[in-house]
Design a protein. Structure first.
Length: 119
């Protein structure tokens, strides 16, 4: 039986596993290979920890960051669909429960809002 996303180490497993998939994905990896993961992943731990564990650790403006990326290398609808499918697969691979479903719901909302505001 899988466990739910309940503690920081669960968030780290989710984010690390998800980024491993992103960096191997032929469609999406070009958005991520340039990142300094030692700096970027802790930001993602805080972001998802804030969403799922309500720890209040994340401060930032992800929309602004993604808009800057889009200005250099445009996103397309298929990028968001692929990102979301990889996120769902990662959650389902390791977790189940209320927070796991919340993670997928929030990822879908984030994807939809970004598409609306960026594309």
């Amino acid at each position: 039986m899988k466990k739910d996303i309940l503690v920081e180490s669960d968030v780290v497993l989710l984010v690390d596993s998800f980024y491993s998939k992103l960096l191997k994905d032929e469609l999406l990896k070009h958005f991520f290979v340039h990142l300094d993961l030692k700096k970027h992943l802790p930001v993602m731990y805080k972001f998802w920890g804030n969403i799922l564990l309500y720890n209040g650790w994340y401060t930032g403006n992800p929309m602004h960051v993604h808009k800057k990326i889009h200005d250099k290398t445009p996103f397309h609808k298929i990028d968001f669909t692929t990102w979301l499918n990889l996120f769902y697969a990662t959650v389902d691979e390791f977790f189940e429960g209320d927070n796991s479903e919340l993670a997928k719901q929030r990822a879908k909302s984030i994807s939809m809002v970004m598409q609306f505001k960026i594309l």
